[in-house]
Design a protein around this ligand. Structure first.
Ligand code: AN7
Length: 428
């Protein structure tokens, strides 16, 4: 088995100019496009490969227990001395009442919020931090709308590497901010939006030699591919018709396309699901570009309650375009009202997620209503973050009765007497 891959190549995703795989370089020195990792195709394919993945599930301890490293034959990485929690191993479950709300009775959700730090970011971070450690990084940094910061802070702490996070002032949910602080990252609250934070983090990487762990780092995307690989395995390698996901900086959209291509090329799936990337109306540069045939990306000033995807100038745009094109995918939008309603339904189903994650389910509902997706289609929606990430959004939704919020569930204050309890219950 090719565990340690000497033939790992880092090259420009546009002009193919080669770069040094162990450098701290995310962009092509010639054309400025993002770099990508390439490894030779695995020597095993189809059933033999499926068996390798399945056998590792029965092990205890070490990298095989990770829902990331278990799929290493399909990742362009070196898999020695990994820093793993482990992560992944997230459930694929029926959407319950959220499926019916979406108008897709068989809708399933893959709950990436059940990763160690509560979001899918841990899948890319185990690979990114392992690489940071390999190259002897003296510090790691990221710009973040919150989840990347939380994940990087935890994995950096596990690896013993100092961490620096740049987050936009007033635009990060409390659960995520508290994690960055708790895990001991140096937390810089930047007067500016996420896009300004990313610009600053990239400069810090260049000028101060700090190892950058945003999803512009190609190792991150290799790990994020396993969301799709694990999902396909849970589907018995019988691919769904559609995979829906929320889209912000577009790292995941890029990684999903890469994973589907790899699964197809290795004979693991016989047909490729279509991707449905969903953005919030107020932060939808990718959807706007899709509407004009990806003619050009027009960066915007973002504004949505789903702070995780409040991004106006997505870094992985080019590779995400490739994913949508190669999967005959679609990019759509939902309003903040729609995504908050979706969140309330997912939460009330006992599943729970943060607002950005719910956008994907709201997008499925919209596409079914518009007849783009048929109601008997096999759809899997990825829930990217945990319900505890954004308590303000949840309490804000339920805290007051707003007309039209049928699912609002406000807390009720009572006296500490059985009589008042009886009166209150009678009223309900
Ligand atoms: C819950 O943490 O960009 O389109 O800095 O936290 O791959 O960016 C988070 C993004 C969806 C969007 N759902 O994914 C960050 C950050 C949740 C997220 C996205 C994010 P991408």
């Amino acid at each position: 088995m090719q565990d340690v891959d000497e033939a790992l190549i880092l090259r420009c995703s546009k002009c193919s100019t080669a770069a040094e795989p162990d450098s701290n370089q995310a962009q092509c020195a010639v054309c400025g496009a993002l770099l990508e990792l390439v490894a030779p195709p695995p020597k095993v394919r189809g059933d033999a490969l499926r068996r390798i993945f399945a056998d590792r599930r029965g092990t205890h301890g070490g990298r095989d227990t990770s829902g990331v490293w278990r799929y290493r034959e399909l990742l362009a990485v070196r898999a020695d001395d990994v820093i793993t929690f482990p992560e992944g191993n997230t459930p694929l479950i029926h959407g319950g009442r959220a499926a019916h709300w979406a108008g897709c009775p068989t809708l399933r959700v893959k709950h990436e919020g059940l990763n160690p730090t509560g979001s899918f970011k841990d899948r890319g971070m185990t690979v990114g931090i392992t690489q940071a450690k390999r190259v002897g990084a003296w510090a790691v940094a990221c710009a973040s709308t919150g989840n990347t910061a939380a994940s990087m802070a935890a994995y950096a702490a596990r690896a013993g590497i100092p961490a620096l996070v740049f987050i936009p002032a007033g635009k990060v949910a409390m659960g995520k901010l508290s994690q960055a602080l708790a895990y001991g990252a140096r937390t810089l609250v930047v007067r500016g939006d996420f896009d300004a934070c990313l610009e600053l983090a990239r400069r810090a990487a260049r000028e101060l030699g700090i190892y950058l762990l945003n999803s512009v780092n190609p190792y991150r995307l290799e790990g994020q591919k396993t969301i799709v690989l694990e999902m396909l395995e849970q589907c018995g390698w019988d691919a769904p018709d559609w995979i829906a996901l929320p889209a912000g900086n577009l790292g995941n959209t890029a990684a999903f396309g890469m994973a589907l291509a790899a699964a197809r090329d290795c004979g693991l799936i016989s047909r490729v699901p279509r991707l449905l990337a969903v953005q919030a109306e107020g932060a939808a540069p990718f959807a706007h570009a899709f509407d004009v045939g990806f003619e050009a990306l027009q960066p915007i000033r973002p504004n949505t309650v789903a702070t995780a995807i409040n991004i106006g100038d997505p870094a992985s745009y080019d590779r995400a375009v490739r994913s949508i094109r190669e999967t005959d995918g679609i990019v759509t939008t939902v309003s903040d009202t729609e995504l908050l309603e979706a969140k309330a339904v997912i939460d009330a189903a006992g599943i729970g997620c943060e607002p950005a994650s719910a956008a994907a389910v709201a997008g499925v509902r919209r596409m079914i209503r518009e007849g783009v997706i048929s109601d008997d289609a096999d759809v899997v929606s990825v829930l990217t973050g945990h319900v505890l990430k954004d308590p303000e959004a949840t309490v804000g939704y339920h805290g007051q009765s707003v007309p039209g919020r049928a699912l609002s569930n406000p807390p009720v204050e009572i006296d500490a007497t059985i009589d008042d309890l009886r009166r209150t219950l009678d009223r309900a």
